[in-house]
Design a protein around this ligand. Structure first.
Ligand code: FAD
Length: 153
């Protein structure tokens, strides 16, 4: 099995899209991620997977807190900005629980780092959710490397 086949297979799993945001020493850093899942109800835990080479790691490790922002179908641009596909854009963050969040997200989760594990070329962060906000709307989704808004039928 080669890397491309593995990527193709994983791309068949349709997901939502999140932006992980954290702040350390006054610098806010965001990163688009679809490797996100709910883990536990008691305590309330979620999991994200961040590539070892991502700058995001440094900010999360320093802050020990982060937010997960589940994007709506109106926020593809946010996903592209924080995936490095649209460069040099100014983003105004909202604040929730003293943490930076992406305004108008379907959900923003405020998390403490509960645990972390190295797994191959990624780091898994388990976050304990200490507050959340929810809004109505339709989700941004990602399937076979494309956003739902790019799917034609
Ligand atoms: P950078 O590449 O430096 O930052 C990402 C981009 O965000 C840069 O263009 C930067 O300018 C911009 N940015 C950061 N902070 C700010 C700010 N404060 N204001 C304005 N712009 C800012 N990678 C994973 O590791 N795990 C995943 O689950 C994952 N899922 C993905 C899902 C999708 C749909 C896509 C498109 C990509 C995904 N990626 C994932 C890839 C990941 O988003 C990119 O590799 C990303 O560039 C890595 O970010 P970085 O922390 O290294 O920082």
């Amino acid at each position: 099995m080669d890397d491309r086949m593995f990527r193709t297979a994983m791309g068949k799993f349709a997901t939502g899209v999140t932006v992980i945001v954290s702040e350390a020493n006054g610098d806010v850093h965001g990163m688009t991620a679809n490797a996100f899942m709910s883990v536990s109800l008691e305590p309330k835990l979620i999991l994200i997977s961040v590539g070892k080479n991502a700058k995001m790691n440094q900010t999360i490790e320093e802050a020990q807190k982060f937010t997960v922002n589940i994007l709506s179908d109106q926020q593809q641009e946010m996903s592209m900005i924080f995936a490095g596909q649209l460069k040099d854009r100014d983003v105004a963050f909202d604040t929730f629980e003293d943490l930076p969040v992406i305004g108008n997200s379907l959900v923003s989760l405020a998390c403490h780092v509960y645990d972390s594990h190295e797994a191959g070329d990624h780091i898994l962060y388990i976050g304990e959710v200490f507050n959340l906000s929810v809004q109505d709307g339709e989700p941004l989704t990602f399937f076979e490397g494309k956003y739902n808004s790019q799917v034609t039928s």
